[in-house]
Design a protein around this ligand. Structure first.
Ligand SMILES: Cc1cc2nc3c(=O)[nH]c(=O)nc-3n(C[C@H](O)[C@H](O)[C@H](O)COP(=O)(O)O)c2cc1C
Ligand code: SF4
Length: 666
């Protein structure tokens, strides 16, 4: 469906969300917005086939307006790596053209986001200084930037003009100037980062000067027939930063220039460590958490105002428009999880939208191509054929109802196969359910429910509480088997002294599955996690125990507890653990136990520390494959495909992706 809004049947419940809107010189087909985000699919800093296929899928799925990820306009402010866009010379124009053509073919519109990262992103060109209004470093880079001279300021303004011209020459529908997240343009505006004493600093009027000059340059470069937007924080949410009140005033000043056609309101600043976590928070952050900032700004301006931030339910999006809080609703991660939101709304199948559950896999694979927790195709659009009917319907057995098995069964059934899933436990879900049952991850149940509903719709037969073996197939005509039997926790190590100690040794995964046997009379005790996994599993188990009254310590030989978790996800975990007085002991190895004491030895000083009165030690060194059925099935002459942890223990999103591959292979 090329245009799922204009002239089409519009379900009443979504009439506000699906109504067209005039943004400056262009009519947008609906209010579904995909805000600027970098899928890390560019090649040599230009839109590649993969990049275009990714964006095109969202246009085909019905998004009204899309915005590219930040494209650096000047060599001093480009985002690191070749997988992000750079609009620093005419080399980007052919890629923009191909991108624009693809989006227009699908009935959508696309803007190029123009950015200078200022002090917020370490420069990939070794030794090149960062540029900023004042020599104030971001907590994310700890790099002191160079204070720009007036001629350098002019050079960047000129770069915005040239970049906007390339957007126009590339046939995009316009540009958005990124003046948020502490990037250069907002760094001039903010008293947090601008301490200048010249015409570009001091008073609000002087701090605003650079923004206005950039907007004038971008408008001149674009011409009158393209959209120009500005992305701003509704509040920088940090002492000395721009407040919500400041931003209401600034928004009026920007709108009054006549240069811009909309304001796109976000939140926070990457100058601060906590700021990066706040503007794209993972679950369990509330949905629609920045709407009120957009609504406040909207009251003072007469151009459209956009909102974004954990809006995943189209009903919420419709209500935001209906209530006049914003004019377009960004559902960015929601579109990563399911590019077909608009189409599914129009077709009356809202319940089939694959939910974004706030896992933040999409933002945490630094540098690598985008991936999504629940959508196996995100970032692979150019390479996957959608659920094309299989040439011959086959009888397929999926062994294991975890994430890989669920996706394999769903995909195979969607292709017309007759599918049966055997799960040895009482419920479907495997590790996905395990995660959904941990503190702060309850939202993952939405994905689980989505899978259960999808299997039911596809008439997949589900057999629970069945320990599958080759004998299960006796007398049944089965064409192929997909083995998705997952993994189990690697056995805990038994340190010196364990035999004489009353301390129970277990693993976080076992505790997530079944509460520990030796909890005290009030269901409590002291748990020591020795975490050599560095992922979320150990921390989730500790949080679960702490919630039920346990006290806890966590030790690891790594430099940081949770070393392999992205800081955006690690931050709320730390907030929870530290508020519960959990003791964090990095750089320590568990060497022995003496009765109820656990002895740790420092990796670097060899000094020993005693943790007393320990009841439970959770030893975590990852999972071990559970592939015992592979050889017997193969020996029985059955064609077997494998997917997920039974191949090698990895993450849920990889299991789901492999499930999709297996479902497409049968
Ligand atoms: C993978 C990824 C990359 C992003 N890159 C950018 C970017 O280049 N420029 C930008 O303004 N925002 C960027 N964002 C932030 C989004 O525009 C949006 O503000 C954020 O995802 C919150 O909205 P949501 O909850 O609807 O996803 C990015 C978000 C994601 C998930
Ligand atoms: S990885 Fe998680 S937060 Fe990101 S789009 Fe997918 S479900 Fe949403």
């Amino acid at each position: 469906m090329a245009s799922p809004t204009i002239g089409d049947r519009v379900p009443e419940a979504f009439s506000h969300l699906l109504s067209p809107i005039q943004i400056g010189p262009k009519l947008v087909r609906n209010r579904l917005l995909v805000t600027g985000h970098a899928p890390r699919l560019a090649k040599d800093n230009k839109p590649s086939d993969d990049y275009i296929a990714y964006q095109r899928a969202r246009a085909r799925g019905g998004a009204g307006l899309q915005i590219t990820g930040a494209a650096g306009v000047h060599p001093t402010g480009v985002l690191a790596g070749a997988a992000g866009l750079r609009n620093v010379d005419d080399g980007i124009i052919p890629g923009y053209r191909a991108l624009a053509d693809a989006i227009h073919t699908e009935g959508g519109l696309i803007l190029g986001q123009l950015a200078h990262s200022g002090a917020t992103v370490g420069n990939s060109d070794a030794g090149r200084p960062l540029w900023a209004p004042s020599p104030i470093g971001s907590e994310l880079t700890r790099e002191i930037p160079h204070e720009m001279t007036v001629s350098e300021i002019q050079a960047v303004i000129d770069a915005y003009y040239a970049a906007a011209q390339r957007v126009r020459d590339g046939g995009l529908d316009g540009a958005e100037v990124l003046a948020a997240f502490g990037f250069l343009v907002v760094a001039f505006l903010s008293p947090l980062t601008n301490k200048r004493l010249d015409a570009y600093g001091g008073s609000a009027k002087n701090r605003r000067r650079f923004v206005l000059e950039v907007l004038a340059a971008a408008r001149a470069g674009l011409g009158p027939d393209r959209i120009l937007g500005l992305r701003i924080p509704g509040d920088e949410d940090t002492p000395d930063g721009l407040s919500a009140k400041d931003m209401i005033g600034e928004a009026k000043a920007f709108a009054a220039t006549g240069h811009i056609d909309y304001l796109n309101v976000i939140y926070g600043t990457n100058m601060k460590r906590m700021g990066r976590m706040k503007h794209w928070p993972p679950t369990p952050a509330p949905h629609g958490l920045f709407v009120e900032y957009a609504a406040a700004i909207k009251q003072g301006v007469d151009i459209p105002v956009f909102t974004v931030g954990r809006i995943t339910d189209p009903r919420m999006a419709d209500a935001i428009i209906r209530d006049g809080k914003a004019d377009m609703v960004g559902m960015t991660r929601a579109h990563i999880a399911d590019p077909d939101i608009g189409r599914k709304i129009v077709e009356g199948h809202v319940e089939t939208i694959r939910p974004c559950v706030g896992a933040n896999v999409c933002i945490t694979l630094a540098g690598a191509a985008i991936r999504c927790f629940g959508n196996p195709d995100a970032g692979r659009e150019a390479h996957v054929t959608q659920e094309v009917p299989a040439p011959h319907a086959k009888t397929i057995v999926v062994v294991g109802g975890g994430p890989a098995g669920l996706e394999a069964a769903r995909t195979a059934a969607a292709r017309g196969h007759q599918v049966t899933v055997y799960e040895q436990g009482p419920k479907l879900g495997g590790q996905l359910r395990l995660w959904a049952d941990t503190p702060d991850r309850g939202e993952f149940h939405k994905l689980l429910n989505w899978y259960e509903a999808a299997l039911m719709r596809a008439q997949v037969r589900v057999v629970l509480n069945h320990t599958f073996d080759v004998g299960t197939l006796d007398g049944r005509a089965v064409d192929e088997v997909i083995l998705a039997t997952g993994s189990k926790a690697a056995a805990p190590q038994r340190v010196e002294g364990h035999k004489a100690s009353p301390i129970v040794f277990s693993t976080p995964r076992d505790v997530l599955e079944t509460p520990p046997s030796n909890a005290g009379p009030d269901n409590s005790g002291h748990v020591l996690l020795f975490d050599e996994g560095g992922d979320q599993t150990g921390l989730a188990a500790v949080m679960k125990l702490v919630e039920s009254g346990w006290t806890a310590s966590i030790a690891t030989t790594e430099f940081v507890i949770g070393e392999h978790i992205d800081p955006v996800v690690r931050t709320p975990l730390y907030q929870r653990l530290l508020k519960a007085d959990v003791r964090l002991l990095p750089n320590e190895r568990l060497v022995r136990v003496e009765d109820r004491d656990a002895v740790l030895r420092n990796m670097y000083s060899d000094q020993e520390t005693m943790i007393g009165s320990v009841d439970l030690i959770l030893d975590w060194r990852g999972n071990a494959v559970n592939d015992a059925l592979l050889t017997p099935l193969q020996d029985a002459g059955i064609t077997v495909y494998t997917a997920g942890d039974c191949v090698a223990p990895r993450k849920v999103h990889i299991a789901i992706a492999e499930g999709a591959m297996a479902g497409r292979a049968v």
